[in-house]
Ligand binder design. Structure first.
Ligand code: PHE
Length: 339
């Protein structure tokens, strides 16, 4: 009876119940063994070994069954928790460095090698820093040309008017006032103009350059810009063209073009018969030095400003500026740089 029951036991709890019922202290077999004392010696001689054998047989059946149940439980777990370590892992989406960030880093590193530190200024700028201090007084036509975003003011708010800076040039004034001459800084950052087409977005990036010392000249400006372009475009034979121009904050002023060619849709720098404008520059106007708290009789310097996004388009052959700021993941994966 017990051997059949043990064989049929479904789990360890059921098996334990059978053990108690059969060979536990008050189990059926144990009680029977206690009755041996009341038997006649002849009967005891027959029943004793029989009961002992029965007890042994039940105990070993219990042990075997216990082991079999443990095995079955383990196998069940192994089956349920089975893991195929040869399956490929789940891909984790990886970010990329935005081309503008990449190019900003490249530019900063090149100028750092030439001894330029990084200066910063606010994107919401007083119109004094953005215009007046740069020799662009209130009725100056350059204010209209900048397509400025003006910050609105609540009635009764008499703080000076502010704008979204239209260029990084106000950082020139901030650097002059913060550190005095001599100065050698670049100022990369966001600028804003109300304009939108294939080559203009209302927010874009510029990098300003400013070097002030006792005897800085246009020759230094020319060397720094040529050196920069050689390093940035990784072309030994870059050729720049300095074209006389006008900015209120520099005198003389020059716009700078780079020699390039367009052949079947690809741009090559340093060869061909085309010229691409890449920046504005000049010698810092004495009035600008004065606004920056620097004596124009003692110091002089050059300044330049160039479009970072424009440089990124040229170097990496990106045709549409607007895509830079659309946050299209496919575009970012295509043009982004792995981190
Ligand atoms: N701020 C000018 C612009 O945005 C560029 C410039 C900077 C020109 C410094 C001369 C000197 O067009």
């Amino acid at each position: 009876k017990y051997l059949d029951a043990i064989a049929a036991a479904a789990n360890e709890a059921g098996l334990e119940e059978l053990r108690v019922a059969a060979v536990g202290k008050k189990g059926e077999i144990s009680l029977k063994m206690r009755e041996l004392g009341k038997m006649s010696p002849e009967e005891r001689q027959v029943m004793g070994p029989k009961l002992n054998a029965l007890k042994d047989e039940i105990n070993s059946a219990l042990a075997l069954k216990k082991e079999a149940l443990a095995d079955a439980a383990l196998n069940e777990r192994l089956e349920a928790e089975w893991l195929d370590v040869t399956l490929p892992g789940r891909p984790r989406p990886r970010g990329t460095v935005h081309p503008v960030s990449q190019v900003t880093e490249e530019i900063t590193a090149i100028f750092a090698d030439m001894g330029f530190a990084v200066a910063e200024g606010p994107q919401i700028e007083s119109d004094w820093f953005n215009f007046d201090a740069l020799n662009i007084p209130p009725e100056h036509p350059a204010r209209q040309e900048h397509d400025t975003f003006f910050m609105s003011r609540a009635a009764g708010d008499d703080r000076p008017p502010h704008v979204l800076r239209t260029h990084t040039s106000p950082v020139q004034i901030r650097a002059m006032r913060a550190q005095g001459a001599p100065i050698r800084v670049i100022a990369p950052g966001r600028v804003y103009r109300c304009d939108y087409d294939q080559t203009h977005t209302p927010m874009f990036h510029q990098v300003e350059g400013l070097a002030i010392d006792r005897d800085i000249s246009m020759a230094n400006l020319k060397w720094v810009l040529e050196e920069f372009c050689r390093a940035f475009f990784e072309v030994e034979g870059v050729e720049l063209r300095f074209r006389a121009s006008h900015f209120p904050f520099t005198e003389p002023s020059a716009e700078v073009d780079i020699r390039c060619s367009w052949a079947d849709g690809t741009l090559k720098i340093g060869e061909g018969d085309d010229w691409m404008e890449i920046l504005g520059s000049g010698m810092v106007h004495p009035k600008v030095l004065t606004a920056g708290g620097i004596d124009p009789d003692q110091w002089q310097g050059f300044a330049f400003g160039m479009g970072i996004d424009r440089l990124a388009m040229l170097k990496y052959g990106i045709p549409d500026l607007r895509a830079f700021f659309d946050s299209d993941l496919r575009w970012l994966r295509h043009y982004g740089f792995s981190a």
